[in-house]
Ligand binder design. Structure first.
Ligand code: FAD
Ligand code: FES
Length: 288
């Protein structure tokens, strides 16, 4: 999990690549999350944009500003990037109003990556809540790709959202649910008339499913309250803090370890993270 920056020396790191929105997918019933597929206007930009699951980019809407957004596509899906964006404030709202064909800015990739090499040969447990599935999706599709599937053991996915309308990536959840090499549980917080899946909060479902810690790595992302209870259930189930990986969302500005906006103690989340093990979190000041 190195925090090495990947922009070319001599190239101004604050100048974004121009990218065209080629496809917009509405994810949620409330239309507050959309997935944007983008392609670089200059194909040579790919040479400088080699990323791995867990990394993020600073995505800009010209005249409005920029925001750090996880790359939700997998590097095995070549020729485009995808970002799933929840409408929160200025930049994310402007993105939501950017139709196909719009040009946006993308600089990165930034941050460290999920520890893919350390996960080889292990069973993988993915635990996501709401739009927290976005960074996990990059790694899930990497692991499931033909090139890499044999490098990893069984895959278990536990994913939940407040309601069925808040579940993201529904077509993919269906495809993953049909695969024989994946055990998937999708849950919503409260019962709904047409819902036939699991009902209950993610930590409670995790406790019922009770994955075994031997030879496993957990990757989790979701709202802070979900992460807090998930970490405590994982400890009860016997997972060591070194076996659990999560990704943090701090406020950011530069994204490259220069401005000090995102620090927790001596760590810059943009450069030393956003991926941290539970062990690392326990050793950090509880400011996140
Ligand atoms: C590494 C990283 C990866 C991220 N990945 C994604 C992603 O894949 N999809 C996604 O939708 N969002 C993601 N975010 C969060 C996203 O960056 C913020 O929601 C976004 O910056 C808000 O920008 P805005 O201009 O729309 O909102 P603003 O106008 O800046 O703020 C709107 C509201 O959101 C609050 N806010 C802004 N930024 C944050 C933050 N980082 N954490 C908590 N509250 C915040 C503000 O206080 C305000 O209440 C990520 C953040 C980080 C650091
Ligand atoms: S966002 Fe500037 S140091 Fe991390």
């Amino acid at each position: 999990m190195s925090g090495a920056l990947t922009y070319d020396a001599g190239v101004n790191p604050y100048v974004p690549h121009l990218a065209v929105i080629t496809h917009v997918m509405r994810e949620t019933g409330a239309n507050d999350v959309k997935t944007f597929r983008v392609e670089f206007r200059d194909p040579s930009a790919w040479e400088r944009f080699r990323y791995m699951p867990g990394q993020f980019a600073e995505v800009s809407v010209f005249g409005v500003g920029e925001a750090p957004i996880s790359i939700t596509s997998s590097p095995t899906q070549r020729g485009y990037l995808e970002f799933s964006v929840k409408r929160m404030g200025q930049v994310t709202t402007a993105l939501h109003y950017s139709p196909e064909g719009s040009v946006i800015g993308v600089r990165g990739p930034y941050g460290n990556t999920f520890p893919v090499a350390d996960m080889q040969g292990k069973n993988l447990v993915f635990i996501g809540g709401g739009i927290g599935l976005a960074p996990l999706r990059s790694l899930i599709n990497y692991v499931l790709s033909e090139e890499h599937r044999a490098e990893f053991g069984r895959v278990r996915i536990i994913y939940g959202a407040r309601s069925s309308g808040d579940l993201v990536f529904k077509p993919e959840l269906e495809r993953w649910g049909e695969r024989a090499d994946i055990d998937q549980v999708v849950t919503i917080d409260r019962p709904e008339p047409a819902w036939t899946g699991r009902v209950g909060f993610v930590p409670a479902v995790l406790k019922e499913v009770a994955p075994r810690p031997e030879g496993a790595v957990v990757v989790t992302c979701g709202p802070p309250v979900m992460i807090k209870f998930v970490l405590s259930v994982l400890t009860e189930l016997g997972f060591a803090p070194e076996q659990v990986v999560t990704t943090l969302e701090m406020r950011m500005k530069c994204g490259i370890g220069k401005c000090g906006r995102c620090n927790i103690g001596s760590k810059y989340v943009c450069r030393d993270g956003p991926v941290f093990t539970h062990r690392q979190l326990l050793d950090m000041p509880q400011e996140y």
